[in-house]
Design a binder for this molecule. Structure first.
Ligand code: SAH
Length: 225
């Protein structure tokens, strides 16, 4: 089977999906300001080509977003690294919630860095494929749910950190609610026709908001597809 051959090629370190290619991506991320070695280590470990359609696998280690079907995209590696770095903020986290499973790549990166990853997706077909990938890669600490991420995952709260990978016009109250005090919510927020990546720290008083720069994400929608 062609697919098996491709995997064999990967272990031999040949072709476009080899370790060498991933190594170059990590170097590029380092050159572009990603500093957390744990995050770079996770990028090195996760085979991004297995999170896109086989026809796109030769482009999987370019620093670019790629289509994953259903009008959605797998985020650019730099943005995945930046958001993960911001979420960890140099700490070790136990329990993290991701909104917008998509291909499953961001969740797979997190699975190497935190104890338990909870991820929700509103498109059933995407979740089905992502679930299969977590199973194949034996990422047993990733838990998935078909749900509207605006509502979070109440039965698993509180979370040490929450990451949203679709752009919202407002900060979902349920997510702040489900964050433990001191925890960070990292998400793209749409404001005046432009998207900003923000980090919100929940405190006993007013939340502290940090602007991490301009980004481009697919929109966060409401309800199930
Ligand atoms: N983290 C993903 C990025 C996927 S793109 C990855 O690594 O591939 C954003 C995803 O957010 C899409 O799959 C989209 O369906 C999903 N999404 C948008 N609004 C949502 C909502 N309200 N609840 C859950 N998922 C949502």
């Amino acid at each position: 089977m062609i697919h098996k051959r491709r995997l064999a090629g990967e272990t031999l370190g040949i072709g476009m999906t080899s370790r060498g290619t991933r190594d170059r991506l990590v170097q590029r991320l380092r050159d572009h300001g990603i500093r957390d070695e744990r995050v770079l280590g996770a990028i090195m470990q996760v085979p991004r080509h297995q999170f896109v359609d086989e026809a796109l696998s030769s482009r999987a280690y370019e620093d670019t977003a790629l289509p994953i079907g259903q009008s959605q995209t797998i985020s650019q590696p730099w943005i995945v690294a930046r958001m993960t770095e911001a979420l960890l903020d140099g700490q070790a986290l136990d329990k993290v919630l991701e909104v917008g499973t998509g291909s499953g790549y961001q969740a797979a990166i997190l699975s190497h860095l935190v104890k338990e990853v909870y991820t929700v997706e509103r498109i059933k077909e995407l979740l089905k494929i992502a679930r299969r990938r977590f199973h194949t890669l034996r990422l047993h600490n990733v838990h998935c749910k078909y749900a509207d991420g605006n509502l979070g995952w109440p039965s698993q709260a509180p979370f040490d950190g929450i990451i949203v990978t679709a752009a919202s016009r407002s900060i979902p109250a349920a997510l702040v609610e489900q964050l433990r005090e001191g925890g960070l919510l990292v998400m793209p927020l749409e404001r005046g026709g432009e998207q900003r990546l923000i980090a919100i720290r929940k405190t006993a008083e007013e939340p502290e908001v940090t602007d991490l720069g301009g980004v481009i994400f697919v929109p966060m929608l409401s309800g199930l597809e």
